[in-house]
Design a protein around this ligand. Structure first.
Ligand code: COA
Length: 253
C-alpha cells in the first residue's frame, strides 16, 4: 500500500479510517497524499474484512483543498501527473459505503469529495466553499454533474461558479451533507454510522448504492471533461496570477 506521512490510515473493526493529518497546512492535499488515499481506498475495497470507509480531518479543518504549491508547479511545468485524476476516478468506483466527517473548513475538493460519499456528518462551525472560478479554475470531481442534480441548478451555480460560502446547515439543506452534529459527537457518530453500514449484508448494500448512484458512465466522462478544462486553465495566465496572489498574501503576513 502506498503511504504518506500526512494521510493516516487505520482500521477499527470493519471500518477503515483515512484521516488528513497536515493541520499546519490546513490539510491541503498534495500529489502523494492523493496517491496514498487512492491506495488506501483500493486496499479497503479488496479486503473482505473491511466493510466501510471513513474519511476524517482534524479539529477545525477538514481540508483546504488541493495544495496551492502543487497547483503552481502544475501551472509552471504543464505536467499534471495522474495522482489527482486517479483519485477522482476511484471515488465513484467504490462499492463499499463511504462516510465522511467534517469539522471546520472544507474547501475545493474538501467540499466536492462529499458528493461521492454516502453519508457526511458536519459540525455547525463547518464551512463548505469551492472558489474554483476565483482561482481561474473550473469545477472538478464530477461536481458539475452531481451538484445540480442534488441541489438544483442555482444553488449549484452559487456554490461551484460563484464560490459562495455554505454553512453546515445550508449544506444540509442543499443535500450535500446528511447531518449536522456537535463537535463532541462528530467522530463517534460518523464512526457508528460506518460501523452500522459495515454490519449490513454487503452485496445488497453495494447493489443499493450502485442503483442510487446511477449514471456512472456519464460521471466518469464528466470527470474527464472537467479535468481537460481544469488542466488547460491551470496553465493560464489568470490562474498563475491567482496562485501568485495567494503566495504573496502569505508573504505579507
Ligand atoms: N495549499 C497549500 N498551503 C495551504 C493551503 C493550500 N490549499 N491552504 C492553506 N495553506 C497553508 C498556508 O499557506 C499556511 O502556510 P504557512 O503557515 O507555511 O504560511 C497555512 O496553511 C495556514 O494557512 P493560513 O492561510 O495562514 O490560514 P487562514 O486560517 O488565514 O486561512 C484558508 C485558511 C484555508 C482559508 C486559506 O489558507 C486559504 O484560502 N487557502 C487556500 C484554499 C484554496 O483556495 N484551495 C484550493 C481550492 S480549489
Amino acid at each position: 500500500m502506498q503511504t504518506d506521512p500526512h494521510i493516516q490510515v487505520s482500521r477499527e473493526g470493519a471500518v477503515q479510517s483515512i484521516r488528513f493529518d497536515r493541520a499546519d497546512k490546513k490539510n491541503a492535499i498534495t500529489r502523494t497524499m492523493y496517491a496514498a488515499m487512492t491506495s488506501a481506498l483500493r486496499h479497503g475495497e479488496a479486503d473482505d474484512a473491511i466493510g466501510a470507509h471513513l474519511i476524517l480531518g482534524q479539529p477545525g479543518v477538514f481540508s483546504s483543498g488541493n495544495d496551492m504549491q502543487d497547483f503552481m508547479a502544475f501551472a509552471m511545468s504543464g505536467e499534471m501527473g495522474n495522482e489527482v485524476l486517479e483519485f477522482l476516478h476511484t471515488l465513484p468506483d467504490l462499492k463499499k459505503p463511504v462516510v465522511s466527517a467534517v469539522d471546520g473548513l472544507a474547501i475545493g475538493i474538501g467540499t466536492t469529495i462529499h458528493m461521492h460519499c454516502d453519508l457526511t456528518f458536519a459540525t455547525p462551525r463547518s464551512l463548505f466553499k469551492t472558489p474554483f472560478v476565483d482561482l481561474a479554475l473550473v469545477p472538478e470531481a464530477g461536481s458539475s454533474l452531481l451538484a445540480p442534480a442534488s441541489m438544483g441548478y442555482q444553488r449549484a451555480f452559487a456554490m461551484l461558479a460563484m464560490g459562495e460560502d455554505f454553512s453546515a446547515e445550508a449544506a444540509r439543506e442543499a443535500g450535500l451533507i446528511y447531518k449536522v452534529v456537535d463537535e463532541a459527537n462528530l467522530e463517534a457518530e460518523a464512526f457508528a454510522a460506518a460501523a452500522n453500514l459495515a454490519a449490513r449484508p454487503p452485496v445488497a448494500l453495494s447493489i443499493a448504492k450502485q442503483l442510487l448512484k446511477s449514471n456512472k458512465d456519464g460521471l466518469a466522462a464528466r470527470i474527464d471533461e472537467e479535468a481537460m478544462h481544469f488542466e488547460a486553465q491551470l496553465k493560464s495566465e489568470e490562474a498563475k496570477a491567482a496562485f501568485m496572489a495567494f503566495m504573496a498574501r502569505k508573504k505579507a503576513h
